[in-house]
Every structure is written in C-alpha cells, then in structure tokens.
Design a protein around this ligand. Structure first.
Ligand code: GLA
Ligand code: ZN
Length: 680
C-alpha cells in the first residue's frame, strides 16, 4: 500500500526555487546573469517559468519567440537545476482578446469582461482552446528532450466561472447527459414545482444569477458541478499535446488554499501529482498556533488528494502584498514553515517569487531577490540556509506518510450546506469544524488524512465525518461496511439531511440506514445566536460548553454518553455511541467549543492505539509528523512558540539538520525544527 513515489523519477532531490519571470528583464540581460549566480548561492535547484509569458512567447498571432525560454532552460540546466515549465493560459495577450472576443470571460450579469488582470478567460471557447493547445504543442516539441524539464505546470490557479453563451450551451449538454435527456428527471431532482419553476425543455435553462434564479438549490449545485467539470475539461484539453509528446513528464496545476469552489477530488483526476500555493498568515491576531495547525491541515489535505508527496508550488520567503496587513515572517519562520510543508509530504519548497518585479501590482510582494539586487539580505540568507538543509533530505524525497486517522470532507457537501437556507444562514462553519477536529490529532503528532467519499475507508481505524449534510447511498453503504468491519466512525449534527441532489431524506434524519448505523433519530435542530450557549454533561459528570447547533435526537439502540444541561431539551442526548457489527458509530448532536472534541479525539486515539509520529508528550505549541521510505523514518519536530521548549526524547536519534545524535532532554528553539531519523 505504501510506496516511495518521487514526483519525477529522474530527480531525487528536494526541489527548492521560485516562480521566475525573466521575460520582465529581457532589456537587462546582466540581471538574468546575476540571477543565475544568486540561484546557486541560494542553494536553489528549481525554477517555475513561463507562467504568464504568453505575450512574450507569441507577440503576434502565430509569430512565436521562444528565445528567452531557450536561454533560461539552458542556464538552469547548466547550474544543475530543473524547470517546472508552465503553459501560459493563465493570462493572454491583448491581440487575442481584441481579435477574438469570445476568449474573454462573461460575468454573472451577462456582460463580457474587458481585457485585463489574469485568469479572465472562457474555459469553453474553441478559439482559446485552439490557441493554448497550439502553443502547448510547440512548447512540448521544443523542450521534450531538454535536461532541465522536470514537470508541467498547467496555467495558474484555476478558479472562477464564465457565463457566456458557449458555456451555457456546454452546461445544457452536461445537464442533458446527467438527466438522460429527460427534462422531467431534472424537474424532479431540482424540485422545480416549488414557485412554479418547472422547465419544459433543456433549452430553457439559464445560469443561476443574481439577476435571475438563485433559489433553486439543485440548479446552484449542478452549476457548481458543471464549473468543475468544464475547468477539468479545459485542463484535459491543455494536457493533450503534452501527454502525447512528453509522456514521461508529470503534469500538475497549482491549487489554492483555502479554496473550495472547485471540487479538487474531481479535478485531481486530470493531473499526475498535486501542487499548491501556501500563504499562511503568520503572526496575525489569531495566533501562530492557529495558523500552524490550519496550514498543517492544508498540507495533509493536499497530500491526501493522491496519498503521495506533493509540491508546495508557491510560498513567500517574507511577506505577501494582497492581505489587508502584510506582515514579515519573523527570523526562523521561513525555515520552519517550509519544513512544515516537507514534514507533511511536500518534496519542494518553491516561492513566489524569485525576483521582485519592478512595476505593477506585485512589486511589493516578497521575493528571494529584493530590489536591492544583492544577496546581503536577511531573507536571502535564510533562503540559502534552508536550501542547505534541503540538500540533506534526499532520502526523504518520495517518502510516504502512514496514517490511521482520517477526516471526511466533500466539496459538494460544502456547496450544498452553504447554500442551504436554514441553520445559521450565512455562517455554517464547516471548514472551521474540520479544523476543530483536526487540531487534536495535530497537537498529538498523529498523522492524519483528509479524504473524500470515494476514498478507501478500510485503511483507517478512525474516521471523523463532520457536518455531512449531503450524503448518497453509496456513502451510506460504505459507512455500513466500515463500521460493521470494526471501524470507528464519528459523525456530527446535520448528518444525512439531503441526498446527492439536495432533496431531503424522507422517513427521518439521518437518512436511510444511517439511523440504524448510529442508532439514533434526529427530530429537530436548534440554531443558537452567537451570544447563546448550552452545555452538555458527560457520564463522568464533566460539563462542556455547547454553541451554534443543538440537535434534538432520540437514542434508539445507541448508548447516551452526554446530555444537554439547559433549555427545554435539557436531559436529551447530546452524544451517543452505537455498537454496530464489530465497530462503533459515534453521533455528536451539538457543536462544542473545542474542549470536548479534544477529549474525544484523545480518548479515541488511546482506544484505537493510533500511531504517533514520536512516542513522547509534545509540549503545547509543538507537533511532530513523520515520513517513511521503507528503511528510514523521519520525524519532524516543530516548535511554533516564540520561546524555546524542552523535549524528552524516548531514544537516541540521528538529527539531520545539525548532523549529530540526540537523546534525553533536548531544546527545541523558538520557531524551529529538528529532523530526527530512525529505523522504520
Ligand atoms: C498566487 C499566484 C502568483 C502570485 C501569488 C502572490 O499564488 O499564483 O502568481 O500572484 O499569488 O502571492
Ligand atoms: Zn464562457
């Protein structure tokens, strides 16, 4: 099940480098030469190029000039480095939008955008697809044998929708296929008799829009599904020439975080490996411990998409320019947050950006090379120091993360839940709830995955399923088999409210067989005002604060573990467990403030003997994750506190960064990492 899987079989080193835009510096070739000197000095070995270069590569229609790429690929190869070569569809030349209006995106009020910014293209436009596949073919032909070519980077940060007629036509076709060309099937699933919204043919369908339909939830949901489908279809079209000409060069696109508008469980199917852009808010008011665990969640989430190492495609070595307040990373934090990515499965530390652009909107965004142009900066030195550490991690490349615990998340469930008119109408907090369940695993150093409905459940001893409002029959069957076979399943309030088309289950919640699996019936749900709270009392007598949601459930076969302390439902069950087959199904009917969740995960970790990265007590603000390669196990001990902590090791380890052996009490400095090596 677990195997070593480097992103590119021919390069077994951690990739370290940045998005690089030499096309902005063609008038000053001495700067490009200097970049190559600095590249080596910074201990870098990977550059992502060509991301927004279309206007340089094709300055006039069908007139191409690849000379700047030729130059950079040769120079990086000569420096022993690798290139992640982007396709340029993330932004297009002005001539194209002028000549072919259809390549520009149409907004949800039906008006076509002007030329400008980036990512502003129609995913359906045949012209845009023809233009991008043509240039992709030329890029692939030209560089297919180039020693620097490491991977393809498709476009940039896919996102957004287009409301043009071409997209509408594609949407109608997508619906026809989904509903077997039977409009009545669609009418039923969308429940269109409500407010007399019945359609008599697929031709009548319009996009959801604030100018028109927003209340047919089935339409909203299918539209979001279609956007993922069409984006993925566009990616597939982009990949066609690349797959044909460079079958051995792996393909990715840089995903975003936190970003949930595209269903990455679907989109990933068109890629060979996952990469994503990571921009935590260090030293922000919510605190570094919050940010550390939320970022850890991101890394685990993206590793879990393919259950193998990923690339951190972008991060900033210092600050960004697009947050309301753009704060510097404190000394040590670039190394810490970069090695955090590696700890969770990244085989790279890539930055945005190598050199600060001189003008336009990203001129104040952090970079390895600042406008001063030399290496005598705090940031450059820290980047170079990190590069030296990454060079010691060859054995970590491709290594896997063993996990026994998982949290279940479904993009479509999030869309449907957020769209649902009910509960707390505008703030359902699903992502916060996933994070709340994730944190107790993280702080205990238990490797965790974030999985989707289609994943194999059988490899996890514990699965947490928060707020699964929308489920389907297949999922219910999987739950049934999982628990019967001995799994521990934890679900919460809102479980099994609607089916995959957002139609409520009849016959009581949670829908179908879920009532049997969990041994409960959920009669009502109370949403609390922000200033309100309730409480729950566990069998031990301990009380926990409860906020936001309280369900009024009845225990059938389940054992009641905690009851409400207040309101007219005082004494009713708040937490239950049901013995089902060889396993246990827990139902949590209310949202607590974190203390109960932590206690529950702690209990389940002990009961199920969940493996920790290292078998020691981790002081608050520290964590550990592990990766293995079949021979060695690497443990990344991290301290997110701004003060030193003492840790007692359980045995003797070799420490990779400093190259010495460690045992007994060791000091983990403020904002620092130790990488311990031991046998598997
Ligand atoms: C994104 C983009 C980059 C750049 C950075 C800035 O991740 O992909 O091109 O704009 O943001 O942080
Ligand atoms: Zn369109």
């Amino acid at each position: 099940m677990y195997k070593v899987t480097p992103v590119n079989e021919n390069f077994k080193h951690m990739l370290h480098g940045a998005d690089y835009n030499p096309d902005q510096w063609l008038d000053t070739p001495e700067i490009i030469d200097e970049d190559m000197r600095l590249f080596k000095l910074a201990n870098c070995n990977g550059m992502s190029v060509g991301i927004f270069s279309w206007a340089t590569l094709e300055p006039e229609e069908d007139k191409y000039d690849f000379s700047f790429l030729d130059n950079i690929l040769d120079k990086v190869a000569a420096a022993g480095g690798k290139i992640i070569l982007a396709t340029p569809s993330g932004a297009r030349p002005k001539w194209m939008s002028d000549k072919y209006k259809e390549v520009l995106r149409v907004a949800n009020d039906g008006t076509r955008n002007f030329f400008g910014v980036r990512h502003n293209h129609c995913y359906t436009s045949p012209v845009y697809r023809e233009k991008i596949t043509k240039i992709n073919r030329l890029l692939a032909e030209r560089y297919k044998d180039h020693p620097a070519l490491y991977a393809w980077h498709i476009s940039n940060e896919f996102g957004g929708e287009c409301y043009c007629d071409l997209c509408l036509g594609a949407f109608k076709n997508w619906l026809k296929e989904k509903y077997s060309n039977d409009i009545n099937k669609l009418n039923f699933q969308w429940w269109t008799k409500f407010w007399s919204h019945t359609y008599s043919s697929f031709d009548q369908i319009e996009f959801p829009s604030p100018k028109g339909e927003t209340q047919v939830h089935g339409l909203n949901l299918d539209f979001k599904r279609f956007v993922t489908h069409q984006t993925t279809d566009f990616i597939k079209a982009e990949c066609e020439p690349l797959r044909e000409i460079t079958p051995n060069i792996p393909i990715t696109t840089n995903l975003m975080w936190p970003f949930f508008d595209l269903n990455y469980h679907e989109l990933k199917k068109s890629l060979d490996f996952i990469s994503f852009d990571n921009y935590p808010m260090w030293h922000a008011p919510q605190g570094d411990l919050h940010e550390a665990s939320f970022t850890a969640l991101a890394h685990d989430w993206y590793r879990s998409l393919m259950h193998k190492p990923f690339l951190m495609m972008e991060s900033t070595p210092s600050l960004v320019n697009w947050k309301p307040i753009n704060k510097l990373k404190k000394p040590g934090v670039n190394i810490l947050s970069s090695l955090q990515a590696v700890a969770h499965g990244s085989d790279s530390v890539q930055y945005f950006q190598w050199r600060k652009s001189r003008g336009s909107s990203e001129k104040l965004h952090g970079a390895v090379v600042d406008h001063c142009g030399h290496e005598n900066t705090r940031v450059f030195k820290e980047v170079s120091e990190l590069g030296a550490i990454l060079k010691k991690l060859d054995d970590v490349v491709g290594s896997y993360t063993k996990t026994e615990a998982a949290i279940l998340f479904d993009y479509e469930n999030l869309w449907a839940l957020n769209d649902a008119q009910g509960y707390n109408r505008y703030d359902k907090k699903l992502i916060e709830t996933v994070h709340k369940f994730y944190q107790p695993f993280w702080k205990r150093g238990i490797n965790t995955e974030i999985i989707g409905y289609d994943d194999d459940f059988s490899k996890y001893s514990v699965i947490i399923a928060p707020m699964l409002y929308m489920v389907n029959d297949k999922l219910i069957d999987k739950f049934d088999a999982y628990v019967k076979n001995g799994g521990t399943l934890v679900a919460t309030y809102m479980l099994g409210t609607v089916n995959e088309n957002d139609l409520c289950y009849l016959g009581g919640w949670p829908g179908g067989k879920l009532k049997e699996i969990f041994g409960i019936w959920n009669e009502e749900i109370d949403s609390l005002y922000p200033q309100e709270s309730n409480g729950m009392r566990a069998k031990s007598g301990k009380e926990y604060k409860v906020v936001d949601y309280c369900e009024l459930i009845h225990a059938n076969s389940a054992e009641v573990l905690a009851t409400y302390t207040d309101d007219f439902y005082k004494g009713m069950p708040a937490v239950c467990v049901n013995n089902y087959g060889k396993g246990k199904a827990y139902y949590i009917a209310c949202r607590d403030t974190g203390e109960f969740t932590d206690a529950l995960i702690g209990y389940l970790a002990e009961q199920n003997n969940l493996a920790k990265a290292i078998n020691i007590d981790l002081p608050a603000g520290t964590t550990a994750q592990s990766r293995e390669n079949g021979k060695d196990k690497f443990i990344f001990l991290q301290n997110y506190n701004d003060f030193d902590v003492e840790i007692s090791l359980d045995k003797t380890y070799y420490e990779l960064i400093n190259g010495n052996t460690l045992s007994g009490k060791v000091t983990l400095n403020a904002y620092s990492v130790l990488i311990l090596k031991t046998d598997c």
